[in-house]
Design a protein around this ligand. Sequence first.
Ligand SMILES: NC(=O)c1ccc[n+]([C@@H]2O[C@H](COP(=O)([O-])OP(=O)(O)OC[C@H]3O[C@@H](n4cnc5c(N)ncnc54)[C@H](OP(=O)(O)O)[C@@H]3O)[C@@H](O)[C@H]2O)c1
Length: 337
Amino acid sequence: MTLLVTGGTGFLGATLVRRLLQAGDGPVRVLLRPGSDARLLDAACAGLSADRLARLERHPGTLDSVADAMAALQGVVLVHHLASAMRGSPADVFRGTLATSRHLLDAMLAMPEPPRVVLAGSFGVYGTAALPPGAQVDETTPLETSPARRDAYSHAKLEQERMFRDAQLRHGLGLVVLRPGVIHGPTRRAPSNRVGMGPKARLFFLLGGDNPLPLTHVENCAEAFRFAAAHGRFDGDAYDVVDEAPITCRDYLRRYRRVGGGFLVLPVPRPLLMLASSLNERLHRLSRGRLPLLFTRYRSLSTWKPQRYSGERLRALGFRPPLDPAQALADTFTALP
Ligand SMILES: NC(=O)c1ccc[n+]([C@@H]2O[C@H](COP(=O)([O-])OP(=O)(O)OC[C@H]3O[C@@H](n4cnc5c(N)ncnc54)[C@H](OP(=O)(O)O)[C@@H]3O)[C@@H](O)[C@H]2O)c1
């Protein structure tokens, strides 16, 4: 009953691997690419007993081809697919998220009994630009229809989810999609771009103001993956992963500043952000692309707007996160990274 965790060396993946092993699930296989940084995985698994640790398979390999993916899938009954390139050039993001997923899917569909998949999706797949301020964003929100007008990461995550949904519909692949909000924990406290940009040159541009932040602590999020593997319907059902009682972007930044050192915060009101976005678009056009396009009106309307989040569908299925919201924030901002 081997489980494969792609992205098992990453922030979320390392915690998921530890929780799976702790619970006695597995054996658990993790891909180690040439140059993978296994420090998070090593740290996460450091406290495990020898018999639990013996169930961790470190598999030297990649998802760079269907053959590589096939080798990683030998004997696997369930895949937690977390591998994704979250930063770098758009080409890197598309290659690291979509090409890898294509290889994995083709390898799975070539198996006589393809394993089930729990896919790490993203809130970036929702089409939020046209929603009125204050609207609730949840699993009933329509998916983005103009992904090319968003950032490369959101675009890639939407295409990745489509690819897996297509395999579920056409080939009956067992699929559950989990869409985490902003994952935080002691090793990743820095504010996400939903909060704003910085702190570079000791300056942070607060773009999210008093917007609610869809946080999920890394332990809660990892446990949601374990839970979905056991209780999901595997018919393409999708669940947002968000902790209850969200705090605002401003509040998150205040907590981060207490541990993250001294920098100046420059709050950017929404009307000013929209004006700057229009100006950025115009200057980008006039300079024939020499001025980088950091903000567009569409991206600003999608990302920096007050929205409400729920996580209720997963809780209705019976999911109970291990940390309550107060414990989760305390862990992120008081535990040593
Ligand atoms: N962090 C968040 O707030 C957040 C929110 C919503 C959704 N998610 C999703 O959750 C998942 C995990 O996120 P994370 O924050 O844990 O990411 P992360 O820390 O950046 O880890 C990314 C993982 O993907 C692997 N990976 C990257 N490119 C790869 C490639 N070409 N082939 C094989 N593996 C590759 C990395 O392996 P190496 O060590 O070999 O590079 C690493 O294990 C992602 O799918 C992400 O989209 C994250």
